[in-house]
Design a protein around this ligand. Structure first.
Ligand SMILES: Cc1cc2nc3c(=O)[nH]c(=O)nc-3n(C[C@H](O)[C@H](O)[C@H](O)COP(=O)(O)OP(=O)(O)OC[C@H]3O[C@@H](n4cnc5c(N)ncnc54)[C@H](O)[C@@H]3O)c2cc1C
Length: 419
């Protein structure tokens, strides 16, 4: 549906954002017969279209990273490209006949001063809504840390702006951050013939496949997608996985052997010199420990359940420590190293500046329980760890959206009571 159709003046539930989270909300609200609208400022699943690099494929296979009632048309074990993901959600909107308007930006939401609900100001007029669901994504505002140098000779972009190797001026590239984005971008640049430096912080790196099963399957059967919280000190540990080139395990020792220069966490920039913390070996070893722990948990699961899955002892053999671990580089002169580009693969922050209600802590973090906000009538969906590890992923958001729609339906039941 597009903006040609004008918006109603009032609606029960207004969903902001037409990515997977907003679409999942629509499906579950429809199941409860709750009148609603989904407003998307750009196109359906815009995030998958414009804030991802050209060659990006899904990190999870098609059979797993989808909503229950519609399959990808691709081979179920393949990793569809980002445009295929956007096309999937376009198809999904038709499949569920979602009341979704594209090209409508929600500018501001405030409490309705003269009555119940909220006043929603949009680029196409004002709508009154009894409830508002924020589905504006887990990754809203690219973060470039304050240490970024002010150096006009350097091209600096966030991973959200990276498209392909040709976009960058000649010269070596420093990629800061080695989660799924940083690792995949570094790998692509290296394959394109660039000299690549990759600054590696703490990370988890599950095997792509082990004993015939993808890691998404292992996380599922081991109950790890369902973990409610990341665990003490693990809040910011990124996960390095890749579906690129048919899917492979991210192995920093292998990346070093391929010629990527690995470094510890980036610390400072001063007069053209960048320094790194002396923690590369520690970070790689912790990632290896996480990797091996998952293999061991998988072995235990197979044994306990008497499964007939092929042995894979070679998966536990790690390559020797590369020189970048044993003799780490702790500083680099950018010019001497030929570094002309920096890609900050350093994550995202939330931005709910349009939602002017009392639903945030002092740091702007939403206050909620499984997406039901402390402010009555406000809901959040699609945030990292909203209810569990899977919350910001395609299949996980569908289950969170169901819970939120159930809560809205429960409120409806109370309001319908008359005696
Ligand atoms: C590089 C990368 C790869 C990923 N790969 C996978 C994967 O393989 N599998 C997986 O399950 N997950 C993956 N994810 C995680 C997650 O699935 C995506 O981030 C996904 O896009 C999140 O969907 P969403 O609907 O919550 O948010 P988004 O896709 O960000 O959608 C939010 C929408 O809200 C709109 N919007 C924002 N503000 C307003 C406003 N004020 N008014 C109206 N509209 C507004 C935006 O235009 C956007 O379309 C990946 C994430 C990244 C960054």
């Amino acid at each position: 549906m597009s903006t040609e159709q004008s918006l109603p003046q009032s609606i029960d539930t207004l969903v902001v954002g037409g990515g997977q989270a907003g679409i999942a909300m629509s499906e579950h609200l429809s199941r409860h017969d709750i009148a609603h609208l989904v407003l998307e400022k750009a196109r359906i699943a815009e995030g998958w279209r414009s804030v991802r690099w050209d060659s990006l494929v899904m990190n999870g296979p098609a059979w797993h990273d989808r909503f229950p009632s519609l399959e990808f048309t691709a081979d179920q074990d393949s990793f569809p490209g980002k445009e295929d993901v956007a096309a999937y959600f376009e198809r999904y909107v038709k499949h569920i006949n979602a009341p979704l308007h594209t090209g409508v930006e929600v500018k501001q939401v405030t409490r309705n001063p003269g009555g119940s609900g909220f006043v929603v100001e949009t680029s196409h007029g004002t709508v009154k809504a009894q409830r508002v669901v924020a589905a504006t994504g887990p990754f809203q505002k690219p973060i470039i840390p304050a240490i970024a140098p002010k150096d006009e000779d350097l091209t600096q972009i966030h991973s959200a702006q990276y498209k392909n190797p040709q976009q960058l001026p000649e010269g070596a590239v420093l990629v800061v951050g080695a989660g799924s984005s940083g690792v995949q971008i570094a790998d692509e640049l290296q394959r394109a013939g660039r000299t690549v430096y990759l600054s590696v912080g703490p990370h988890d790196r599950p095997p792509r496949r082990y004993r015939g099963r993808d890691f998404v399957w292992w996380l599922g059967v081991l109950g790890l997608w369902d973990m409610a919280a990341p665990g003490e000190g693990r809040e910011h540990v990124t996960i390095a996985v890749s579906g690129a080139y048919g899917g492979h395990t991210v192995d920093f020792r292998k990346l070093a052997a391929l010629g990527i220069h690995l470094l510890g966490r980036t610390a400072t920039f001063n007069n053209g010199v960048v320094t790194f913390e002396n923690n590369l070996a520690e970070n790689i070893r912790a990632g290896d420990a996480d990797y091996l722990a998952l293999l061991n948990a998988a072995d235990d699961y197979i044994k306990r359940n008497g499964l007939d899955l092929p042995e894979e002892p070679e998966a536990k053999q790690l390559l020797p420590d590369p020189p970048c671990m044993t003799q780490p580089t702790l500083e680099l002169n950018l010019k001497q190293a030929g570094i002309r580009n920096i890609i900050w693969a350093t994550g995202f922050a939330l931005d709910f500046s349009w939602l002017k209600v009392n639903a945030f802590d002092n740091n702007g973090k939403p206050l909620h329980q499984r997406g039901v906000s402390t402010e009555p009538g406000v809901y959040f969906v699609g945030l990292p760890w909203l209810s569990r590890r899977g919350s910001s992923f395609i299949w996980g958001v569908w289950h969170d959206a169901k819970h939120i729609a159930d809560q809205i339906a429960i409120q409806h039941k109370y309001l319908a009571y008359q005696n």
